[in-house]
Ligand binder design. Structure first.
Ligand SMILES: [Zn+2]
Length: 135
């Protein structure tokens, strides 16, 4: 038991978490909605409520956006980092070296994937340090 902390050095791009969800109106309970104020089957109020649903290609639990890994930074949970490549370390003194070619390749493939989804922001692409804790 305990908590494990990892520092990830990530070559990737940050995306606002809110852009990975859509708001959807759904009934307050699963039963057929009637005109009455309350549901006759479960007693809940008959009304529509707004829920957040991940966009079709975002698998929040698994941490994936399409085929890319998607990490949540513990220090900044409203941003999701879409990963091209990462290096995980549990101790100090790890030197990470991403070649220029790799950086170019990462930028190209992330841009190709994210731009049509309107999730690409040039200045959010780079090498990021991410803290992840597992409980
Ligand atoms: Zn009901």
């Amino acid at each position: 038991m305990g908590t494990d902390h990892y520092a990830y050095t990530v070559l990737g791009v940050k995306v606002p978490r809110s852009k990975l969800f859509i708001e959807k109106q759904v009934p307050n309970c699963p039963h057929p909605q009637k005109q009455d104020e309350f549901c006759s089957l479960c007693g809940k109020k008959n009304k529509m409520i707004v829920v957040e649903e991940p966009i079709g290609i975002y698998y929040e639990e698994e941490g994936h956006l399409g085929s890319f890994e998607a990490l949540t930074n513990d220090n900044c949970q409203n941003e999701i980092i879409i990963v091209f490549q990462h290096v995980k370390s549990t101790h100090r003194g790890v030197i990470v070296n991403f070649s220029n070619n790799l950086v170019e390749e990462a930028k190209k493939s992330l841009k190709e994937f994210l731009e049509p989804l309107e999730l690409w922001e040039e200045d959010k692409f780079g090498i990021w340090c991410v803290l992840i804790s597992y409980y």
